[in-house]
Design a protein around this ligand. Structure first.
Ligand code: ZN
Length: 101
């Protein structure tokens, strides 16, 4: 398992993610692609929430959901650039979900 280099600024529940084992609330795991469940006490894949399908980026923006990230080593905030996303084709950001580049 690879360690995360970054996490999203918001908690997994902000993206409607939950534990795929118990449906409980989860935090970002220290490992890429995983979340940590306090109830199951383990790293797990999690339910993907908004990452499960093409993301309505504009809708998320209007709802105040941020895809900005925190680089863990430097603590720097990496701004998600909404304008780089093609809103006409509905291009999703699925490729960089949950700490996987
Ligand atoms: Zn759980």
């Amino acid at each position: 398992m690879k360690r995360r280099e970054w996490v999203y600024v918001m908690s997994p529940s902000a993206y409607e993610m939950s534990c795929d084992l118990c449906n409980g609330e989860v935090e970002w795991s220290e490992f890429q692609g995983l979340v940590w469940c306090w109830r199951c006490l383990k790293d797990t894949r999690g339910n993907p929430g908004v990452f499960g399908g093409p993301i309505g980026i504009e809708a998320c923006r209007l709802l105040g959901i941020s895809f900005d990230r925190i680089h863990l080593k430097t603590g720097k905030r990496i701004k998600y650039n909404f304008h780089k996303t093609d809103l006409n084709t509905g291009e999703s950001i699925k490729y960089n979900l949950k700490g996987v580049e």
